[in-house]
Design a protein around this ligand. Structure first.
Ligand SMILES: NC(=O)c1ccc[n+]([C@@H]2O[C@H](COP(=O)([O-])OP(=O)(O)OC[C@H]3O[C@@H](n4cnc5c(N)ncnc54)[C@H](O)[C@@H]3O)[C@@H](O)[C@H]2O)c1
Length: 363
């Protein structure tokens, strides 16, 4: 039942924070990649750097909004500017090469924005996934790794959180992730050939150790790590710490931070498993299994950067919880993979990126 493991992989959202690191890891593993991205939250420069890090030569424009690198190395990166919701753009991506598998990162990810613009979130995250699934079906491609999120657990009381915890999202973003998982489960149940992994990420942070690629949020970051790092580099004056009265050792919230390279390697492992084993539907947490408080992260970042990170206590935000930590044992067992990098390494690599690119790819 083994599937061809050297076919080209389509990576939607491959120019984004997580997708760019996963693209690099797959290219380094010898897989050719087609990226489909509308660059609504990223830049082509990220992929030019990915190609350079992977040792691919000849980054060239092949058509309006399309680039290619690596024609002489046997491994190639092809880039198509396009929207996962548009059939024509998906067709353009599938026309680049016979696609054997898809990593689906493209989507919107800001919780607060999803509360203000739920229809847009449903349209991009759910509508985009539906169009992608239709295109995969049309092209006989049935291997998919989906970017899900621990957000769909909502306010889970049980810590560490295992995959069997109830799915009870408390915001539209989480609802869209739960809906796509449901959609994928229905597709998998309808026909035996599907090989699908839903990977529920906890808090991906850090950057490639080269400092060449990393997280480049547009506007004010939504997540703690880029906020801390922008305070350290002087782009923001200070950090707001929401809630210093949680029932934790130092009163601040505890989260499970996973290095983006561990997460990218988790995708390579999930893809390998899907390709090696019989068709199946898999749901796995991707986290480190370790918890760190906000203040522990601040101190680790200060140590890594040698810069102060001034902070100010602010009231708790609705929808936050005291502790969120992954039970990562299922992924460790099934993927023969673990998040091996420490919080200090997350901060070291995140700082290398931030320091070399204080204004992201805009520099
Ligand atoms: N970063 C996190 O903390 C986190 C946590 C859990 C889950 N996720 C999920 O992982 C995925 C990737 O997250 P990220 O942090 O890399 O985000 P990101 O915004 O950096 O990357 C998403 C990429 O998708 C592209 N994109 C958005 N809409 C598109 C569309 N309609 N068509 C084509 N491309 C489109 C963007 O331009 C961007 O390059 C998302 O689905 C997100 O929900 C992220």
């Amino acid at each position: 039942m083994e599937q061809e493991a050297d076919s080209t992989v389509l990576i939607t959202g491959g120019a984004g924070f997580l997708g760019s690191h996963a693209t690099l890891v797959l290219l380094e593993a010898g897989r050719s990649v087609v990226v489909l991205d509308d660059f609504s939250n990223s830049r082509p420069e990220a992929l030019r750097r990915v190609a350079a890090l992977a040792g691919l030569d000849g980054w060239t424009a092949t058509a309006p909004g399309q680039w290619r690198a690596g024609p002489s190395t046997g491994v190639s990166l092809q880039v198509v500017t396009g929207d996962v919701r548009r059939v024509g753009d998906l067709e353009a991506a599938f026309a680049q090469a016979p696609i054997g598998a898809v990593l689906h990162f493209a989507g919107l990810k800001a919780v607060a924005e999803s509360v203000r613009q739920p229809l847009r979130y449903w349209q991009v995250n759910v509508g985009g996934s539906l169009r992608l699934l239709e295109a995969m079906t049309a092209h006989g491609c049935r291997t998919l790794v989906f970017s899900s999120s621990a957000t769909l657990y909502g306010l889970c009381e049980q810590v560490p959180i295992s995959e069997s915890a109830p799915v009870q999202p408390i915001n539209p973003y989480g609802s869209t992730k739960a809906a796509v998982e449901r959609l994928l489960a229905d597709a998998a149940a309808s026909e035996p050939g599907w090989r699908i992994a839903c990977l529920r990420y906890f808090n991906p942070v850090g950057a490639h150790p080269s400092g060449r690629i990393g997280e480049d949020p547009s506007g004010l970051p939504n997540n703690l790590f880029p906020l801390v790092s922008q305070v350290a580099v002087g782009r923001l004056p200070q950090l707001q710490v929401y809630g210093c009265d949680w029932p934790t050792a130092d009163g601040t919230g505890i989260r499970d931070y996973i290095h983006v390279m561990d997460l990218a390697e988790g995708h390579r492992a999930a893809l390998a498993l899907l390709e090696q084993e019989s068709p199946q539907f898999l749901t796995l947490n991707l986290g480190s299994g370790r918890g760190h408080s906000v203040l522990e992260l601040v101190r680790a970042f200060e140590a890594a950067s040698g810069r102060p990170v001034p902070w100010q206590a602010a009231p708790r935000r609705p929808g936050d919880s005291a502790v969120s930590i992954a039970d990562a044992s299922a992924a460790q067992r099934r993927l023969d993979w673990r998040a091996s990098r420490s919080l200090d390494e997350c901060c070291r690599d995140g700082w290398a990126w931030q320091q070399a690119n204080p204004h992201g790819y805009g520099d």
